[in-house]
Write a protein that binds this ligand. Structure first.
Ligand SMILES: Nc1ncnc2c1ncn2[C@@H]1O[C@H](COP(=O)(O)OP(=O)(O)OP(=O)(O)O)[C@@H](O)[C@H]1O
Ligand SMILES: [Mg+2]
Length: 243
């Protein structure tokens, strides 16, 4: 397993947000994390990324216990989280936003000696092409549509070549067409990266994910392949209860 989070509890004051939750993700796997509002999805993502410290539990990544790692140490180990709060600098061009994200992963010596300039240019353009943003390379990021800004952020989150990308509701506020394109843009990253994605749009998640974990009130209700989860009676009940 690439990622193994086990027995994760998180208590905020009197509220138990997570109660022994678990999540296992293999290499080159797209894993959907679903469940009703307030079931603990975002909190579990934050515990994995190190943005929250679990009250209890253990997180392993690439066979290393990273429970006590800082977010920066986790990033260095190959984990990348796209925050709900944007990391795009709106007045800079798309080109410069991607360049900054790539430079963050270069050594200072390389940068000072400009050893990497040509290589970086190629990488910036490749990433912009991959996310269908090449024709906007020299526009300010502020001029992008909401969907395009999300794609730019996903591209930036991939700049450090992570082994695992964590996305919390990346298609929130997107049009139907933008959602469809997002699914297409994510597919190729599977060749080198696993994904944990939180989404309320079940059609979207069913189309792109290999396996799903369903949270309910801070606990894992079910975990398995998409057909297994679709056939699960307890899962059907929580979604019917919500409808
Ligand atoms: N920093 C915090 N302080 C106190 N309570 C919190 C905090 N973060 C989350 N919670 C609570 O923990 C519970 C789980 O929240 P969380 O955001 O993880 O749910 P979620 O499944 O992501 O929900 P949604 O689908 O609405 O995004 C909720 O009751 C929430 O109010
Ligand atoms: Mg959430």
């Amino acid at each position: 397993m690439l990622l193994e989070a086990a027995g994760i509890s998180k208590i905020f004051g009197k509220l138990t947000a997570l109660d022994g939750a678990a999540l296992s993700v293999g290499e080159n796997e797209f894993h959907g994390l679903i469940g009703p509002n307030g079931s603990g999805k975002s909190t579990l993502m934050k515990c994995i990324a190190g943005a929250e410290v679990p009250t209890q539990g253990k997180v392993s990544f690439v066979n290393t216990d990273i429970t006590a790692f800082t977010p920066t140490e986790r990033a260095r180990a190959g984990m990348s989280l796209k925050f709900q709060i944007t990391s795009v600098l709106p007045s800079l061009t798309l080109y410069d936003n991607i360049l900054l994200a790539l430079q963050a992963h270069c050594s200072l010596l390389d940068l000072v000696l400009s050893r990497t300039r040509d290589a970086l240019h190629e990488q910036v353009m490749t990433m912009l092409r991959q996310f269908r943003l090449a024709d906007r390379a020299f526009d300010a990021a502020a001029a992008l549509s909401h969907g395009q800004q999300q794609w730019l952020e996903i591209a930036m989150a991939l700049a450090g070549k992570p082994k695992l990308l964590l996305l919390d509701e990346p298609t929130g506020g997107m049009s139907l067409e933008e959602r469809r394109v997002t699914g297409e843009l994510l597919q190729p990253i599977k060749q080198h990266c696993s994904l944990v994605i939180v989404e309320h749009d079940l059609d979207f998640i069913r189309d792109i994910c290999d396996r799903l974990t369903v949270l309910d009130q801070g606990r894992v209700l079910a975990s398995g392949t998409v057909p297994e989860i679709q056939a699960n009676k307890a899962v059907q009940e929580i979604y019917l209860r919500r409808a």
